[in-house]
Each structure stands twice: as C-alpha cells, then as structure tokens.
Ligand binder design. Sequence first.
Ligand code: BGC
Length: 756
Amino acid sequence: MSSINLWGYTEKNFQKEKYPLNETLFALGNGYIGTRGSFEEKSDFGGHDGTFINGFYDYYDLSYGEKYNGYPDRSHAMLNVTNGKRIDIYINNERFSLEKGTIKDYVREIDFKKGILTRRVTWISEKGDEILYESERLVSFYEKHLMISKIRITPLNFDGDIRVVSYLEGDVKNITKENDPRIGVEFQGDELKVLECKIDNNRGEIISRTKSSNLGLICLMANNIKCGDQYDSSYEQNDKSVSHVFNIKAEKNKVIDFEKYIVYKSYKNELNDNLYSEVIGIVEEAFTKKYDFYKQKQKEFIDKFWFNTDILIDGDDATQQGIRFNMFHLLQSVGRDSLTNISAKGLTGEGYEGHYFWDTEIYILPFFLYTNPDIAKQLVNYRYNLLDSARKRAKEMQYKKGALYPWRTINGEECSAYFPAGTAQYHINGDIAYTVCKYVEATNDEEFMVEKGAEILIETARLWLEIGHFNSKGEFHICCVTGPDEYTAIVNNNVYTNLMAANNLHNAYKAAMLLQKKYPAQYKKLIDKINIEESEIDNFEVAANEMYVPYDEHRKLYPQDDSFFDKPKWDFIDSEDKHPLLMHYHPLNIYRAQVCKQADLILAEFLLGGYFDREQKMRDYDYYEKITTHDSSLSTCIFSIMANELGLYDKAYDYFGDSVRTDIDNLHNNTSAGIHTANMAGAWMSIIYGFAGMRVEDGALRFSPHLPNQWNSYRFRVSFRGRIIEVCVTKDNTEFKILHGEPIMIYNEEKSIKVV
Ligand code: BGC
C-alpha cells in the first residue's frame, strides 16, 4: 500500500524549516475567507501568518521616477486582516510551543474530503508536563463568514493549571516589498485601522476600517469551553486586541474541549444596525448549532464538488494526490459572488498582492466551466461587473471608445505599475472575450450572451480598432503590445495577440448579428447604451478578416512577433544557474534575445488550434521548446497539452509532472508566498485537454484519449450543456457515460458517437 495520502496532505514529523511553506500548503479557504495554515499558538519559525478576505484591499500610491500619461496613480492590494486564529495555551505557566519542550508525536493533515485541517501533537514541556493537543480548523463553505477552531487538550501525566487564551488581534500588517517584484506591497503600515475593540455579550469584537479604500471589516469571536466546573474565565483587552482567558484546574486524563467561532464580514461605507445584527446573528447561530453541524455541512458541500470534479488516476499515487490537492485549493480560492474572482495565489498568501490576472480566463475558468459551471458563471459575471471600470481605463489611455480590462486588479482599476509586462498585455481583452464565448458554448446560456456577453465582446472589440490600424496593403496590424511571454515586450504583431484579437472582433460581430436578428429590442437597447454605429460593427469583421499574422516563409515557422527572429538566441549555458531570469538580469537584456518565459505562440496553437495544421504545430513546438525557460508556472501545462496533441507522449508526461505537483513539492521554490492557481488548473487542463484530448469545437465535445504508460487507467467527469459525462480511459478502450441529463452526440477519435 502506498504511503501517499490520496485524499489529503500530511506532515508526519514537524519540520520547522518548512513552516512558511506549510503555511501555504495547509491554508484553508472558502472563496471569501482564506487563512494560512499557521499554528494556533504563537510561533516563530519565520512564517508569515495571514488571513485574507477576498476583495478586501487598500490603496497605496504608486511612485515613479518619471511618470507618464496613463500610468496608474495608485495600486491596491489584498490586506492581511484581523487575526482570529491565535490561541495560546499555558501548562503550569509554561507556554505550549513547538519552539521548545519535546515533541513526542506529531501529525498535521489537510483533508480534501472533509475540508478541515487537523493537528495532533503529544508534547512535553520543559518541566516535564505532557499533553495531547488536538486541533481542527474549518473555514465554512456553508456559512461563508465563519471560521471555527476546535481544540482538545488532554493532560497526560499531571494535575495542574492550564490556561487557554483566545485572541482577536487587530494589529496586523502585510509583508512589505523586499527584493522580489512578485512578493510584498508598498504599504506604509496602519492600512487597517482598528476603530473599536470591545467585549460585548461574552464576545470579542474588532471593527476596523481601511485607510483609503473605505472598506470596513467586523470580526467577532465567541469561545466555548467544556471541562467540568473547574475553571474561571475573564477578558483582557487593549486598543487593538482582545483576549478571552480561561484558567482551568486540569486533571490528568480529563479532556478540555475548546471551540472558537470567528466571524468576518466586510462591507462598503458605514456599518449600519442591520448589518451589525446580521453579523451577530451569524455568530449566535454558530454558537447554538456548534462545530459538528458545520463539519457535516462542510462535508456535504465538498461531496457535491467531488462528484462533479474528481479525477481518478489508477497507478500513480503521487499524481492522484497532486491533482486533488490542486482542485481542492482552487475551490478554496475562488470567489463565488460575481464581485470577487480568483487571485494568482488564491487566498493563501500575499504574492502578487492578491491580484486577479488573465490567469482566470485562460487557465482557471476552463476547470470550473467543465466541472462546476455555476462557479464559472460567477467568474464571467465578475468581468461584466468590471466593464465600467474597463471603459474608464480605456479613456485614461486616451482611447475614444471601448473597454480596456486591467492587467492586474481586484476592484477593476489597473494596478500594474510596470507597463511593458503589465498594461501592454492588451491580450487580456481577447482572453476575456474568448472565455465569454467558451462559457456560452459550454452552457448554452444565451441569456448571458444577450444581457451581458455581447456588451463585453463589443466593447473589447472596439479597443482593437482603436489600437490597431489598416496598413497600405489593407492588413490590420497591432503594434506595441506584449504577448503572454513576459520575456519579450512591446512588439509589433504578436501572433497570440493578433489571433485572439481577430477572434474577439469576429465574435463581437457575430454577437451583434445574433442580437440584431433574434433579439431586436435588446439590440437597440445595447447600441443606444454604448452608442455604436453599424459601420463600426461591420468594421469588426473586416479587421478580423484582414488581421495580419507574421510568418517566416523561409523557416516555415511563426515568429512570436514581427521582430522575434531578428534577435539573437539567448545564451542558456551562461544563465544555467540564474533562474528565474527576471531575478538576475535587467529586463532589456532579456527582451533583446530570443528567450521565452512561458508558452505564447504554443498557447495560441492550443487555444485556436484550427488555425494551424499539425506539421506547423510540430515545427513551432520544436523551435519554441528550445528557447522557453518555463520561468512562469503558466508554461509547462501548455507544453504538455500540445505535446499530447502531437503524440510526444514522454514529453507530455514530463511537463505534466512539473505542473501537477508544483506547489505540493515547492518546485518553483516560492510556494511559501502562496499557491500558483493558474498552474493548478493548468494541471487539470493537461489531463483533460492533454491526455484525454478534449476540445470543444463548434459546440461539439471531442476527445482523443491517450493513456500515459505510468497509469493503469483514469476516469473523470465533465459538465457540458446540462449533462455530466463520465469518461473512463483504460488500456483497451474509452467509455463514455451520462451521469446526469439527456444523451448527447460527441466525437471520439473523429468518430461521432451517442453517449447515453
Ligand atoms: C506570468 C503571467 C501571470 C502572472 C500571475 C507571471 O509570472 O508571466 O503570465 O499572469 O505571473 O500568475
């Protein structure tokens, strides 16, 4: 039997050097609250404890040596909020802490089926008192404002005094910028000001407010102890923190049970009476219903998720664990209210400041779309809700019409201060447009297209007409953009961007035609709202048809952009020990050479596969593979998918191996700053689009499955147009079965079959 935990992740011996990393791996979240897997008791193992609320941020001013037009004046970042996790325990006046004393037994585990984090430690204090410490932590999917800690202490060899001190701490800070552009914020401190810290009705309460974004946060804690009558309790407080203290006369082998209910609620503007009562209601209800009720509800929620989502891999336990770890973390990270989204690091750490990127549309959304389409709907709705900000951003950039989505954001405002690898990535508009169409295709949600999707498509398409131009030959060119590959910046006619723009323009035209013919009233409403002429819509189709895509006839290769092949090749030998390159070289040195951080052209060949023939894909793959560093975790999954399509199965498996356990094995050495959500979903894509060869083309599901040698079989489910379809791939054949919904025609290896 394998020792790998297939439904969880376990730390069997306490490894203090891995504490910061494990804070990420053991993080819990429900898409609203996210909290790092730090211990309850105060510990100093070099970690960065943090609790985050999705969409809760503050602004900071951006300072530039030289500031030009259109540079954002300010950025915003996800805040580390009131800490409700901390519980200190004193055993005969000695503080329980793994920094000292002796650890006799230790196990910590995050359980993907139950959605809880547990720790069990047998610990002997320096004076020789031995306790069994058991904790469970849950961030509720059932009540999104609630987190619960349950602790059980058993004195094993003594009668004596045990003190439990449960804190609510308002004095919290974010990590400030150090030497890595990917981690830390330029906050000055005091972003989250404590307005009120009090004890009321046997509850601790902290109300805080952000310095400049005008967001409020109320955090409550209520504690419950069960240990007979042998205890007294009191409160202590100062301006920023409140603690509930329990002094217990402990007896050997008599269990002390302790539960802590923590409620977080963020709000805009002022805290009014209704909101306040709502929050009190949540904590009171939790206190009445108790932990086990929420534990049961947690399981019910997660059972449903796994029913739609699980992938079963027979024969490769490390991969099995890795892919479930990823899928579980994606669920924990994703906002499900259409006002929040999923950040590059989820809610597990401060890397990338809690920002949402194109990662959502091109990597993460497909995972939700084909497993939990309701969540995907919230993510596309989020982009619709940002449309006004995107229109405003287009104006700031001096465009007369259309919408420009921010490269990185939480609230819709552009946060990117380094435009060559930020704002210049206009492809985000095309990425969002691409996904709107994929969403409608997979769900048949035409209502979304009519009410919201068409508006997104048209407004994003307008921007291409503003930034591109028809040259003297009538070709449509797009100059001065950066494609997905951030090691090549500000180029003309990046193939990925141009093709995604063409797709955007064409689909905007199609959407306009659909509305005009089938929904004339809505069409009229839309064109009046956004003030668009029919000639402009016709121009979308012309620009799409005339889109210029550079091609090198001599090499029979697509250059990534107009000038890519004019550059010298990068010296990979010299830079062997200097990865990621961005941490070792001035950007210009990187931009001047043929070197890629991530899949760019290869991504275009996956997303818009019909545009390229197989031989072309093979030649391009061969060329670009040699010059790609995969310094971005968004890269290897795409190389894996395309290797599968091209029958390069060993490569496909190797790249997949790099992707599926990136975080659990800390392969990029930076998981302590948070998980890599795009890569996690990318690993899912590598199985579904890669090994199983799934594509959705013209509304039809297609498969072309391959079984990796390392596996005996694999089984997964996809949601498509109201159905749940199970696919099982073995050595001998592939079986398709409908688990929910009507029969459907699909293609397997180009053959049309009816799945029942
Ligand atoms: C990648 C971007 C990505 C960002 C956030 C960067 O390293 O190059 O493509 O959007 O990380 O994940």
